[in-house]
Design a protein around this ligand. Structure first.
Ligand code: SF4
Ligand code: SF4
Length: 340
């Protein structure tokens, strides 16, 4: 059973939210005797351009000051997204992050300029034998993984497991979770420009009337998704055991790492911060939670959200918790310790 610390905070003051997150972090440090190493990245979600409900940079000010006071050099760390948007390449991703105010510390995009840099991490689980984790994560032993807990169209909810699974995976790792395994081409958008053919190192794309991907040759690197100027190539969602795969990638992301998890249950929207337009939250603000077991933490956040909603919102996402528990990532049972 994991211990989850909680500070209730129903206000919308981000400075206060950040102070609560820092208090929770200090509590975990005190309880576990955690000593920070020289470099500790903070995993965040910078928000897609146009999104207005992502956790803003100011919520991290207190944690950054604290880490620096401990003699640690913090950075923000992220990976590129699978789809075309304002965070598809490292250059665009960093530009979007800075536009959103994440300027306090350096930004590391762990899977390189177009999301193709990764290390294979062996896990030997049901759906994956290895996970493709952004190469930039390799040098860090300690991390602070923060999440904005909210809904997600495919995962039920987005919390710590989703941050680990998608946020640590290189583009091909994201694709492996999303599909079996080749992306698909929308021929109505394709202009037969051939940019994807040039990009594909595996000779998997040919131009007929439109681009055609040969699933026998495709290795799912997702490079073509990043370069198509028409946004004509996308991941396919058919029959993929997505939630179990998320759990296994989350497991892979944590191998060899010492991670403290912090989740902001704040502006709980039905969809994730990857949506590039304003969304109306279905629940306002509940508070901040933290712990060292991502499964316990997600379970606690989900229970609080469902209690506030008065119904079982996002409930199908519990399948990810069950699989995470089964493969030994953590425990869905938790002890909730409310600090005040
Ligand atoms: S890059 Fe996009 S538009 Fe160009 S051929 Fe490939 S799929 Fe079609
Ligand atoms: S995902 Fe990679 S291997 Fe597959 S078609 Fe696209 S560029 Fe080629």
């Amino acid at each position: 059973m994991g211990k989850v610390f909680f500070i209730r905070n129903t206000g919308s003051n981000y400075g206060k939210l950040g102070a609560d997150a820092l208090e929770l972090l200090k509590r975990i440090v005190a309880e576990t005797g955690h000593v920070f190493e020289k470099e500790v990245p903070i995993k965040v979600h910078f928000g897609e351009r146009g999104n207005t409900t992502f956790i803003p940079a100011s919520a991290y000010d207190g944690i950054i000051r604290y880490l620096k006071g401990q003699g640690t050099e913090p950075s923000y760390i992220e990976t590129n997204v699978l789809y075309r948007g304002s965070r598809t390449t490292a250059a665009d991703h960093i530009r979007t992050a800075k536009e959103h105010g994440f300027t306090q510390i350096p930004i590391v995009i762990a899977d390189g300029e177009i999301g193709t840099d990764y290390d294979e991490v062996r896990i030997d689980k049901e759906f994956f034998k290895t996970c493709k984790i952004g190469k930039g994560y390799g040098k860090y032993k300690q991390l602070i993984v923060t999440s904005h807990f909210k809904g997600h169209i495919a995962a039920g909810f987005g919390g710590s497991l989703k941050q680990l699974a998608m946020g640590f995976a290189a583009r091909s790792g994201k694709l492996a979770q999303h599909t079996n395994i080749s992306p698909i081409v929308d021929s109505s958008k394709c202009t037969s420009c051939g940019v994807c053919v040039e990009k594909c190192d595996f000779g998997a794309i040919a131009i007929d009337d439109a681009a055609v991907i040969d699933p026998k040759k495709c290795v799912g690197c997702a490079g073509c998704i990043a370069v198509c100027p028409q946004g004509a190539i996308r991941n396919s969602w058919k029959g993929v055991n997505f939630l179990e795969k998320v759990a296994e990638y989350a497991y892979g992301a944590t191998r060899g790492k010492d991670i403290i998890y912090i989740s902001f249950v704040h502006n709980v929207t039905e969809e994730c911060d990857c949506i590039g337009s304003p969304m109306k939250p279905i629940i306002g603000h509940i508070g901040v939670l933290a712990g060292k077991d991502p499964v316990s933490l997600d379970a606690a956040c989900l229970d609080l959200v469902q209690k506030a909603a008065g119904k079982k919102v996002f409930d199908f996402g519990r399948a990810a918790l069950a699989h995470a528990e089964k493969i030994g990532l953590g425990s869905a049972a938790y002890e909730l310790v409310e600090l005040r």
